[in-house]
Design a protein around this ligand. Structure first.
Ligand code: AMP
Ligand code: ZN
Length: 113
């Protein structure tokens, strides 16, 4: 997907503020933060959304959650954090590359809007 914004960020073609990287996962600060901590955690493999998670790629998603726990520990987010993925237009997904928003540093309401 040459026209995918997050694939371009992974390749370094668009700058980003890196938080974490390994062979399969990349995490960076959201450009328009909705909380004091707002990190996007994405697979390096292009997966369009949570609707495309399947038996072949779900290990990658499990790994993303391991990375999230590591980031929480590294950044001292013991007070709590929220992980959100928007899937599809009605959920407000604007970038069609699977990403998990990791938000922290303030209180969050439930249910979300
Ligand atoms: P969503 O609306 O759930 O698809 O989330 C996409 C997120 O990507 C939004 O929170 C945007 O602020 C964020 N975003 C868009 N462009 C960039 C960029 N160049 N660098 C970092 N975050 C971005
Ligand atoms: Zn992509």
């Amino acid at each position: 997907m040459n026209d995918c914004l997050f694939c371009k960020i992974i390749k370094g073609e668009i700058p980003s503020s890196k938080v974490y990287e390994d062979d399969t996962v990349y995490a960076f600060n959201d450009i328009e933060p909705q909380a004091p901590v707002h990190i996007l955690i994405i697979p390096k493999e292009h997966i369009s959304s949570a609707a495309e998670i399947n038996a072949d790629n779900s290990k990658l998603v499990a790994h993303i959650f391991e990375v999230a726990a590591k980031i929480a520990e590294d950044k001292g987010l013991a007070d709590g954090f929220r992980i959100v993925t928007n899937c599809g237009d009605s959920a407000g997904q604007s970038v069609k590359h699977l990403h998990f928003h990791m938000l922290a540093g303030r209180d969050f309401t439930w249910p979300p809007g």
